[in-house]
Design a binder for this molecule. Structure first.
Ligand code: FES
Length: 283
């Protein structure tokens, strides 16, 4: 079966689950509770059986290889993820943890940026100013640290950098305030970009893709959230990028993975200025 057919089948089955859940939500409360109880019981049974299967396969060298290969299948990976048999990679989980506090931080005129995760240490940068908003910088630091530690307990240290700014300028650094020959890279000429083609920008300090689609431009780290493989040879249709390795699909508008909810591509700061596309490295 072709990968496209398998993905169609996978998506159609996932849609059936969504449709069934929507139908359950329209039932009266007693029926809803009974349906949810049935769902939870079936999931608990599946999880129990899956864990036994995985343990048996892990104990056998040949089975272990088959298992590692099978996890490359998006449907199997999604099933294992749902049942907690595999975890998202550490960077994705830190990113997801930060997404939970971002709306709160944004509402206080700030933002938080994940710089990198290295040897169980997370490096984040805080942007914007909270002066006058009633939330002290220390409270913000504590909130970020507590959230990461709660969601990703294997993290041992968190380095929080404050934005070096004159203060009170809002959450983002305007391009005009930055030395263009420094942090930002003049990557491409917008007019020369072909719609739907991922352009790879690869230097010592950056490995990213830039895609023009529907007169928009997005940039992401050239790394699939599934098995960290490069996505620059992926297929773009409309605003959907399909990873060439195992077919995970991403929405280029948001970076969100449509195959496994909760995964996403890492965004790279991108700007259009003077007819050029500029990106800022964040490996
Ligand atoms: S889908 Fe597996 S690496 Fe992208």
């Amino acid at each position: 079966m072709q990968i496209e057919d398998r993905l169609d089948e996978f998506e159609s089955l996932a849609r059936q689950v969504d449709d069934a859940l929507s139908a359950v939500q329209k039932l009266d409360q007693t029926a809803q509770e009974a349906a949810m109880k049935l769902k939870e019981s079936l999931e608990a049974f599946e999880r129990y059986a899956l864990i036994r299967l995985v343990r048996r396969m892990r104990d056998d060298p040949a089975g272990k290889n088959i298992l590692l290969d099978a996890v490359g299948d998006p449907a199997i990976y999604a099933l294992f993820l749902v049942h907690g048999i595999v975890k998202s990679d550490i960077r994705t989980r830190v990113f997801q943890a930060l997404e939970q506090v971002r709306p709160y931080i944004n509402s206080h005129g700030g933002d938080v940026e994940l710089i990198r995760v290295e040897n169980h240490t997370v490096f984040v940068k805080l942007h914007g100013s909270c002066s006058g908003c009633g939330m002290s910088s220390q409270t913000l630091h504590n909130l970020v640290e507590k959230t990461i530690q709660e969601h990703v307990p294997e993290i041992e240290a968190i380095e929080v950098e404050d934005e070096e700014s004159s203060g009170g300028q809002g959450a983002f650094i305007p391009l005009s305030a930055i030395n263009l020959g420094g942090d930002w890279i003049q990557a491409l000429e917008y007019a020369e970009m072909v719609n739907g083609v991922p352009y790879r920008i690869h230097r010592d300090d950056i490995d990213a893709i830039i895609v023009r689609f529907n007169e928009q431009v997005s940039a992401y780290v050239n790394r699939c959230a599934h098995m960290q493989m490069p996505v620059d040879k992926g297929l773009v249709e409309g605003h959907i990028l399909t990873c060439p390795w195992h077919g995970y699909q991403y929405d280029l508008k948001t970076g969100e993975c449509r195959t496994v909810p909760g995964l996403r591509l890492d965004p790279v700061p991108v700007r259009l200025e003077g007819g050029s596309v500029w990106v800022r490295p964040r490996l």
